[in-house]
Design a protein around this ligand. Structure first.
Ligand SMILES: *Cc1c(COP(=O)(O)O)cnc(C)c1O
Length: 253
């Protein structure tokens, strides 16, 4: 449990301690071991000083959703041991940067992207962990693979030595209805359970990346193994989500 000094909300460490306490409480509500849920800080739009504060608080992995931002932050933070996790929609022509600089990709959502990453990773002589992003919401243009396309994709990616599939990722529907949000998380877990039964060689589906600042407690109750938290750790972003999900519903709002 966090003491008063470390839960000071004016510091990154304090906000992280408060979040951690809420994650742990959500675990206890459903009888899960809190050690099974990781916290991935999402540093998009935040600069090097904010990330250094997070590094000082003990964090090493950071989520970003633009390849360009990973490029911009890579050099200035190269001395800090930071590992960059790509969580945003990735254009195939950015695969080169990601293959060179990212530690992991959680937004693998199509075969064409897997092939581009595989080709670039072979050139770099690297292999990375990937999560497949699945669309669990009915919103028209949120990125992610259709659930029925998961098995065929996994069978293809399983043959690529450079991509180690570790699990699934999703974004829940952006809705005021807690039931609608919960249904997204639950459907990802159920899909994972079904596909895991197939026992595709070389594919592990132990990880479920789901939950953001507004919905992580529900995601943890539904089986998330890592929550991706931006706003609740770093503060409000200058750009709205339309900047990140240009074809998403946020732009229409
Ligand atoms: C920005 C982002 C997050 C974090 O969102 P917050 O609401 O700020 O916690 C999580 N996942 C993805 C894919 C994102 O783009």
């Amino acid at each position: 449990m966090a003491d008063t000094a470390t839960s000071d909300p004016s510091t990154f460490a304090g906000r992280a301690a408060q979040l951690r306490a809420r994650i742990d409480a959500a675990c206890r509500r459903v009888g899960r071991d809190p050690a099974g849920v990781a916290l991935l800080p999402v540093s998009k739009t935040f600069g090097v000083p904010a990330i250094r504060e997070a590094v000082a608080a003990g964090y090493r992995r950071f989520g970003e959703n633009k390849a360009q931002e990973i490029r911009d932050k890579y050099e200035p933070l190269a001395d800090s041991g930071v590992q960059w996790v790509m969580i945003g929609h990735l254009q195939t022509n950015k695969a080169k940067d990601v293959a060179r600089l990212a530690h992991e990709v959680q937004s693998l959502d199509r075969l064409e992207l897997a092939q581009a990453l595989d080709r670039r990773l072979q050139q770099e002589g690297r292999a990375i962990d990937v999560l497949v992003q699945v669309k669990t919401s009915t919103e028209p243009s949120k990125y992610g693979l259709a659930p029925e396309a998961l098995e065929p994709l996994l069978r293809e990616v399983a043959r690529m030595d450079t991509l180690r599939v570790r699990g699934l990722m999703t974004l829940a529907i952006n809705s005021p209805s807690p039931q609608a949000v919960r249904a997204c998380f639950r459907s990802l877990r159920q899909l994972r359970d079904r596909v895991r039964e197939l026992g595709i060689a070389g594919v592990s589906l132990d990880r479920l990346s789901m939950g953001m600042s507004g919905d992580f407690e529900c995601a943890v109750e539904e089986g998330s193994t890592e929550v991706r938290i931006g706003t609740a750790l770093f503060g409000a972003r200058q750009y709205g989500d339309a900047y990140y999900w240009p074809e998403g519903p946020a732009q229409k709002a």
